[in-house]
Write a protein that binds this ligand. Structure first.
Ligand code: ATP
Ligand code: ATP
Length: 220
């Protein structure tokens, strides 16, 4: 086993999703080993990523030779072939070691990945589709949901609230949301306090139930 893999992240499959993922992880300062069975892709990515190797990730021996069990996390980013994706996840789970993140391309694929032992299943097309639907029909600029009922959103400042401090606006009492961050035009986000002035053109970070956050965004 290769000790330089300790704490590193193994990315399997350099398609669009895996490629962006490996690139982002590298920019975030993480050690990435990217694997693809297609030698042309390995060649193409070798300039942008520190370590790219050609291997078939469905083969446990190949993964063992790469020192797969020493990685902190492994992401199976294969999409088109459900079989290859499932076999790669199974091989990683059986080797033991890394937290296995697996990309699903359908609901059934997601179920299979979970049942063969993937620790985290992601379904980017479904998640992004759902998210963009929310953004299109609401006035939120960005949002994250936690569970079925809690959300944090980025919203413009409702005009009716501008020119007053948060202590005067009382968003929790009036709107059921808490303003946690404020970005004045041209500045960075700061924590909101009671004294924070809600100036026109500011962007707010608010938290609360999904319904109340959306209703607050609709005031803008
Ligand atoms: P994306 O939507 O991210 O572009 P895709 O679904 O179009 O992906 P896939 O065919 O799923 O593309 O493959 C993603 C990458 O995974 C490809 O570059 C492919 O060569 C690689 N791949 C597929 N099977 C294996 C395997 N067994 N071992 C290693 N890499 C693999
Ligand atoms: P995804 O990654 O979301 O699964 P994809 O990239 O694999 O999408 P595409 O071939 O881009 O799939 O097509 C998405 C859908 O858009 C398909 O169902 C296709 O029939 C449809 N589509 C493609 N061209 C047109 C068109 N000119 N008019 C209407 N629909 C189209």
């Amino acid at each position: 086993a290769d000790s330089t893999n300790d704490g590193g992240i193994l990315v399997i499959g350099l398609g669009r999703f895996g490629g962006y993922l490996a690139e982002s992880l590298t920019h975030l300062g993480h050690e990435v080993l990217a694997v693809d069975r297609n030698p042309e892709l390995v060649q193409r990515w070798s300039d942008q990523l520190d370590r790219v190797v050609q291997a078939d990730a469905t083969e446990e021996d190949a993964l063992r030779q790469l020192g797969a069990s020493d990685f902190q996390s492994a992401v199976v980013a294969i999409g088109a072939s459900v079989e290859a994706s499932v076999l790669a996840v199974l091989a990683l789970v059986e080797l033991g070691g890394p937290q296995v993140w697996a990309r699903a391309t359908s609901t059934k694929h997601a179920k299979i990945l979970a049942s063969v032992g993937a620790h985290h299943v992601i379904f980017p097309e479904a998640e992004t589709g759902e998210r963009v639907a929310h953004l299109i029909v609401s006035k939120m600029l960005d949002f994250i949901e936690f569970g079925a009922d809690f959300a944090i959103a980025k919203v413009r400042t409702p005009q009716s609230l501008t020119g007053r401090s948060l202590a005067e606006v009382r968003p929790a009492e009036r709107h059921g949301v808490r303003v946690v961050g404020v970005q004045l035009p041209g500045e960075r986000f700061r924590y909101a306090t009671d004294d924070t002035l809600v100036l026109p053109g500011s962007t707010l970070i608010v938290e609360g139930s999904i319904e109340e956050v959306q209703r607050f965004a609709a005031l803008t």
